[in-house]
Ligand binder design. Structure first.
Ligand SMILES: Cc1cc2nc3c(=O)[nH]c(=O)nc-3n(C[C@H](O)[C@H](O)[C@H](O)COP(=O)(O)O)c2cc1C
Length: 402
């Protein structure tokens, strides 16, 4: 595998019975031309001897953090700095919990905390441990922060049970490592602007017109673009989400503020992804004082005016070669609408989704989308939004490279 040649891979091994399988993983990665630095937790050494890894990777295995020799060169963080990718296979429930909480109490956890490199986690544990709410929450947190989780497989476990929890196949783990290595450079040196969330159009100081956008899709795209090495500006309406690591948040409320923010960033942008749900209309006037019920009476009419066509302004003002991506959320045939939008607004790509599909509903973590571009129509299956985001970023990278 050419993608692995010359790369520095930190392979963390933790205390699961599946640790014996990572011996073979270390061998394969080494044979593919990577330098594999194995770091074992103390528990892992109860299952496999460091010497086994050392003989196959031609490098001393690290276990202890407090090594005075290595500390002359800040050894406890050096590996994280040097790594092109950090993969933990098998990852115990214990290490997932520690990583999700930012612990740095052993060399594996400290390496993960100190690295900018992509992180691949291949959990392995007994089914109940895997399905436990604490483990689910830890995995969700780690995934949200950009870690790639190679989901365990279902099958007979060391405990005698049958169920999910078996370490993923070495082929899948290796593929995730390769994907992380390639994706982490796909947008290096590029500037990407992503808009996300709803806009909020004020009626008076306490009321507004808005929509149900959660911002999850836009935030996932921003995270994936940052993972791919881009400088990312996340222009976002109010959401309950935290800006992903490596992105610069530009908070906005109204459609007009969103337009101004994006147009301001446009001269340096290689790509603009308009995932925000921009309100089509806003109240004609915003009252300076709260509208009183007794003044309004039994009925009240709210007069709205059209918001500016932001996509049109962006397409007109973008720099040559910059890519503009629009989103089309519809209840019904979103693909046909997306095709029309692509042509009329002269976009490079439109991501269409039917929000009446339960898998694609506002606020859900999954989406069934269709990419519509001059290359054709590509309908994706129901996927996690993080995965949709990765595929979209791969498309951006491919188009920018043309
Ligand atoms: C025989 C045996 C097998 C184990 N297998 C697993 C496992 O597959 N997954 C897991 O999460 N923990 C497993 N454990 C528990 C971990 O070893 C234990 O939680 C340990 O504290 C993990 O430490 P570490 O994450 O620092 O390696 C096992 C324990 C024993 C005794």
């Amino acid at each position: 595998m050419e993608a692995l040649r010359g790369r520095f891979i930190v392979l963390g091994v933790t205390g699961s019975i599946a640790a014996y399988k990572s011996v073979e993983l270390a061998r394969r990665l080494t044979q593919a031309g990577a330098t594999v630095q194995v770091v074992m937790s103390r528990s892992a050494t109860e299952f496999v001897r460091p010497l086994t890894f050392q003989a196959l990777t031609y490098r001393p295995v690290e276990v202890e953090m407090f090594q005075i020799q290595d500390e002359r060169a800040a050894g406890h963080i050096a590996m994280g700095r040097q790594a092109d990718v950090v993969v933990i296979a098998p990852a115990t429930a214990h290490v997932l919990a520690r990583l999700a909480n930012g612990f740095s109490d052993d060399l594996i956890a400290t390496t993960v905390l100190a690295t900018d490199a992509p992180i691949v986690l291949a959990p392995a544990m007994e089914t109940h441990m895997w399905q436990n709410a604490a483990t689910r929450a830890n995995v969700a947190t780690l995934r949200e922060r950009g870690a790639r989780i190679v989901e365990p497989e279902s099958g007979p476990l060391a405990s005698g049970d049958i169920g999910p929890g078996r370490l993923a196949s070495l082929e899948r783990i290796e593929a995730a490592v390769v994907e992380a290595l390639t994706a982490s450079q796909a947008l290096a040196g590029r500037r990407v602007v992503v808009t996300a969330g709803p806009t909020l159009e004020p009626i008076d100081p306490v009321r507004f017109v808005s929509n149900r956008s959660s911002g999850k899709m836009g935030y996932a795209i921003a995270a994936a673009a940052a993972d791919a090495g881009a400088e990312v500006f996340l222009v976002s309406g109010p959401t309950a989400l935290r800006a992903p690591a490596g992105t610069q948040l530009v908070p906005i409320e109204t459609a007009e503020q969103l337009r101004d923010a994006v147009l301001g960033l446009l001269p340096n942008a290689d790509a603009v992804v308009m995932a925000a749900a921009v309100a089509d209309y806003r109240p004609i006037e915003t009252r300076e004082r709260k509208i009183k019920k007794r003044d309004a009476g039994k009925e009240m009419t709210l007069r709205l005016t059209e918001n500016p066509d932001i996509l049109k302004a962006i397409v007109a003002a973008r720099r040559a070669g910059a890519i503009v991506v629009g989103f089309k959320a519809e209840t019904g045939d979103a693909t046909a609408e997306a095709g029309r939008m692509l042509r009329e607004k002269k976009l490079d790509l439109v991501v269409a989704n039917d929000v009446s599909d339960p898998g694609s509903a506002f606020g859900s973590d999954t989406d069934r989308v269709t990419f519509v571009s001059a290359d054709g129509v590509e309908a994706l299956p129901l996927l996690a939004k993080t995965e949709v985001a990765r595929r979209l970023v791969a498309k951006l990278a491919e188009r920018l490279a043309r």
